[in-house]
Design a protein around this ligand. Sequence first.
Ligand SMILES: NC(=O)c1ccc[n+]([C@@H]2O[C@H](COP(=O)([O-])OP(=O)(O)OC[C@H]3O[C@@H](n4cnc5c(N)ncnc54)[C@H](OP(=O)(O)O)[C@@H]3O)[C@@H](O)[C@H]2O)c1
Length: 211
Amino acid sequence: MKVILIGATGVLGKIILPALKNHRHEVVTVSRKGNTDYNVDISDSGQIKKLFNDVGSFDTLINAAGHCWIGPFEEMTEENIYFGIKNKMMGQVNLVMIGKDYISKGGSFTLTSGFISDDPIKGASNYAMVNGAIDNFVFAVSIELKNEIRINAVSPGWVVENYDGNMDGPVKGQYPVSHERIAHAYYKSAFGYLSGQVYRVWEESTQYIRK
Ligand SMILES: NC(=O)c1ccc[n+]([C@@H]2O[C@H](COP(=O)([O-])OP(=O)(O)OC[C@H]3O[C@@H](n4cnc5c(N)ncnc54)[C@H](OP(=O)(O)O)[C@@H]3O)[C@@H](O)[C@H]2O)c1
């Protein structure tokens, strides 16, 4: 399968990439400024269009990129909120809106949301609203995509490259999710059968699960 992996140089991307390569997929890697096949900023729809024109048709898109504003609610401005909307939210929505014209029949989109919309941490309300939007977007749009195209989101718990045992960071005692679980969830989302799902890859021992 020809897979576009956006955010290939990040914490999540570096977990997903070897899983794809180990299963002999052809991977087109993307980031804004890393050593990847293409340098594209997903907050710019013009750059997304150029990416798809350059890559041509593909089977699977996995996005593990997108930032939001971080800071205390007391200091948050309207502009700060638009940052996450333009970047992590519209960036991912545009990947699907534009990419649907290039993806093969039966292909799949996998977007990334995250635990913060269900188990918030201080300073991250912009992430919480955008993650929730992504979860709802994949649920709703899954019933409208044509040509047997699937779409899911992966909502990772806290993931770190190397865990140092520090419990006193912003996530306050949350235990990190294993890299293996992350790789399996993205793989299942991308190559499994279901559509419209949110795969919550959370560490049950310390992750609050909102009812
Ligand atoms: N790590 C976690 O604990 C965790 C948990 C839940 C959800 N998430 C979500 O997962 C996503 C990735 O997280 P991460 O921890 O892997 O982040 P990261 O380590 O900062 O990596 C982000 C990756 O995306 C690329 N990128 C960032 N903004 C981009 C843009 N606008 N256009 C194109 N590429 C862009 C980065 O490369 P360049 O900087 O070169 O562009 C890098 O490859 C984020 O949306 C994050 O909210 C992460």
